[in-house]
Design a protein around this ligand. Structure first.
Ligand code: PLP
Length: 385
């Protein structure tokens, strides 16, 4: 069958972080404690205002299908937020609410490109981008960024790599797995390229040492922006994201949405209205927590002499070179998990060049992050000299 051979000819890699998580859960079921620094999921509780709005949506029976673009009230709040933060006008009708930002990525690629189009992925990259491109029959072109350049995109080099086949580029800023934001200069230059930019800004708002930004600041009309509520508001399981689309693409994306998803989860849409009522102080508290966690991890990495040459300014990730200890960090992660009960993400998830890297997620509590880093130190001292 066509479908069978298509899947066979397209080997989809596992999401290795999920595999480590599932392995960790197996160990936990046997009663052993595991410290989770592998998964990119804030342990923070969802704000009570959001929970209240969700309850209200249920009690007032707001749980049927919505408009395929999503409820206008939420799209208007998002639009106003862009105006407030970046002084740009985004028509609410250019915003399409999706089932997590994962669906936003899928719909963006389907909307902006055709089968066999070449799409650039900035690497190290979010694990799912190449897998989604493979599933959709798009051609992947990896463009590397380097630790010595603070993982900034070298735009001159990027220009050299563009061909007539290159139709789009996916950039993630602030980035998973590095925790680095692309500079305003880079964002500005990306907007000037003659290809479609898809900017995944799911970590927007989680800036520790860098201003909150968006590529839309530099051109509010042309880039596609992916965003959502999973990370900043700790709403991972609520499955709510969105796309900001160029006007001419809205209708096409909407038709895809109607056919593939109908609409984003209704209760989550109503609940997300309250995210805009969370005070600046609450947000500052969250950023301060991440700052404390990050600074602790950085200090500990220095103490245990893990090589490190860049500045993770945002999100809750640190990507580090473990070549001093391993040629295969997937094996290393499994061993650390089994020997000392610490779960970390293997670098292979984020690009073939990163087989010797691990990603540390400091999205948990300070106590857990501290315990996790102490376990890493213990492992390296005891088992891996
Ligand atoms: C860069 C990036 N994009 C998208 C996602 C998917 O998030 P969501 O929960 O909104 O689907 C993730 C999740 O880790 C991510 O790191």
């Amino acid at each position: 069958m066509y479908l069978m051979s298509y899947i066979n000819n397209t080997p989809i890699s596992p999401f290795y972080v999920m595999e480590i998580l599932e392995e960790a859960q197996k160990i936990e079921r046997k009663g052993k404690k595991i410290i989770h620094l592998e998964i990119g999921e804030p342990t923070e509780e969802v704000d009570s205002k959001i929970l209240l709005s969700a309850n209200k949506a249920i009690s007032s029976k707001k749980y049927k299908y919505t408009n395929s673009l999503g409820i206008l009230e939420l799209r208007t709040r998002i639009s106003k937020d862009y105006k407030k933060k970046f002084k740009i006008n985004i028509d609410p009708d250019r915003i399409l609410l999706t089932t997590g930002s994962s669906a936003a990525i899928l719909l963006s690629i389907l909307t902006a490109t055709k089968k066999n189009d070449e799409i650039i992925i900035i690497s190290p990259h979010y694990p799912c981008y190449p897998q989604i491109l493979k599933i959709l029959g798009r051609k992947i072109k990896i463009f590397n960024t380097y630790e010595k350049d603070n993982y900034q995109i070298d735009i001159d080099e990027l220009k050299k790599s563009l061909t007539t086949k290159t139709k789009a580029l996916i950039v993630n800023t602030p980035a998973n797995p590095t925790g680095v934001s692309q500079s305003e200069e880079v964002l500005k230059k990306l907007c000037k390229l003659k290809i479609q930019i898809i900017s995944d800004e799911i970590y927007q708002g989680l800036s520790i040492d860098y201003q909150v930004t968006s590529i839309l600041k530099h051109n509010p009309n042309k880039p596609i922006v992916v965003n959502g509520f999973s990370k900043l508001y700790s709403m991972t399981g609520w499955r709510l994201g969105y796309i900001v689309l160029p006007v001419k693409m809205v209708r096409y994306a909407q038709k895809l949405q109607q056919n593939m998803f109908i609409c984003a989860p209704t209760i989550s849409q109503h609940a997300a209205l309250s995210t805009f009522d969370i005070s600046v102080n609450e947000k500052k508290k969250l950023i301060n927590k991440y700052k404390k966690n990050r600074n602790f991890v950085l200090k500990k990495l220095k103490d245990i002499e893990i090589k490190f040459e860049y500045e993770p300014d945002s999100a809750f990730y640190i990507f580090c070179d473990m070549s001093k200890y391993t040629n295969n960090s997937l094996n290393l992660c499994k061993e650390i998990l089994n020997k000392v009960g610490l779960a970390l993400a293997p670098g292979i998830d984020f690009g073939k060049r990163y087989k010797k890297f691990v990603r540390i997620s400091y999205a948990s509590s300070y106590e857990e992050v501290k315990e996790g880093m102490n376990l890493l130190s213990k492992y390296l001292k005891k088992y891996n000299k």
